[in-house]
Design a binder for this molecule. Structure first.
Ligand code: ATR
Length: 284
């Protein structure tokens, strides 16, 4: 990588950021396309967030990704928020347009794109069961509702949290049936057999610890079981589904597709996704 006097800067703000694969992903794309850019990790403590946002303007940084714990708290510091970011209530990408900072969210769109590109799966008219009701579930639910799903069931350990997410989305997507339920087997059994897509958005199963308990034997033969966790690439949940011959979808695709949408917003270029995907898959 050649850094010169003309090199433009991209990056990611988070705390911690040491675990992130985004620098590898974007720098691989930058190198493959021969762009005069570099993508840097910036550990930004919550107390320094306002200063960090001002630094985007002061240093003329092209744009940044935003990750834990700043996705919501960054919103008041921005000049404009895209419709998707408003709907999700969180920002994962900032674009610097001549000092005007615009917040976007590419998580939901990236998820839908990866289902399409990897499996040819379209959510239109489908029944979807989402496990979890946190920030990631909100982004995925937004993508799925916008994609024209027929029914979305939000199953969460804390049922009230699922209800609040379902209530908010019901008023925005009147054509989609939106239901909240618990995550215990008895609650899931009501919805698993009819589900075309079951997606785990909870952190259970990350780093191969624990995992969600879904009655996989009741899953329909045409359904897809998906996990947005990408560490490990194939979670126990996906391994168990795969053993039963169910089609599976891992979190790496969503990571690359949300990154590709951000990359396009910053650079105007299509990310060379095959090269990036291979690099990330080899890394882990
Ligand atoms: P994120 O932004 O990654 O979605 P989050 O907002 O903290 O993170 O949400 C984490 C989600 O994982 C929640 O749905 C949480 O359930 P609760 O709302 O009941 O806390 C879910 N979760 C975390 N650990 C879990 C576990 N061991 N079993 C089931 N659900 C779990």
């Amino acid at each position: 990588m050649n850094i010169s006097g003309t090199t433009r800067v991209l990056g990611i703000f988070g705390c911690p950021v040491s675990h992130t694969l985004s620098p590898l992903m974007h720098n691989t794309a930058i190198e493959a396309l021969g762009l005069d850019m570099v993508y840097m990790p910036f550990e930004v403590k919550p107390d320094n967030l306002a200063d960090a946002v001002n630094a985007i303007r002061a240093l003329n940084i092209v744009g940044v990704n935003i990750t834990i714990p700043h996705k919501k708290s960054i919103i008041p510091f921005l000049d404009e928020i895209s419709n998707d970011a408003k709907l999700i209530g969180a920002v994962n990408t900032i674009v610097n347009r001549k000092g005007k900072l615009i917040g976007h969210n590419t998580d939901g769109g990236g998820y839908i794109k990866s289902l399409g590109s990897e499996l040819g799966f379209n959510v239109k008219g489908k029944n979807v069961l989402i496990l979890g009701a946190g920030g990631a579930a909100r982004a995925i639910a937004a993508g799925i509702a916008k994609g024209g799903a027929c029914r979305i069931v939000i199953a969460n350990r804390t049922v009230e949290r699922g209800m609040s997410l379902a209530d908010g989305f019901r008023s925005l997507f009147r054509d989609v049936e939106i239901i909240a339920t618990g995550i215990k087997e008895k609650s899931l059994m009501r919805y698993v057999p009819d589900a075309d897509l079951i997606v785990n958005t909870t952190s259970a199963g990350m780093n191969d610890k624990g995992g969600v308990k879904v009655p996989l034997k009741a899953v329909s033969t045409n359904a897809v079981v998906s996990d947005i966790i990408y560490k490990p690439r194939i979670t126990k949940f996906l391994r168990n589904a795969d053993k039963l011959g169910i089609r599976t979808h891992s979190g790496l695709g969503m990571l690359v597709e949300q990154g590709a949408l951000s990359f396009k917003l910053w650079t105007g270029y299509d990310m060379p996704k095959d090269i990036v995907y291979k690099k990330l898959a080899r890394k882990r």
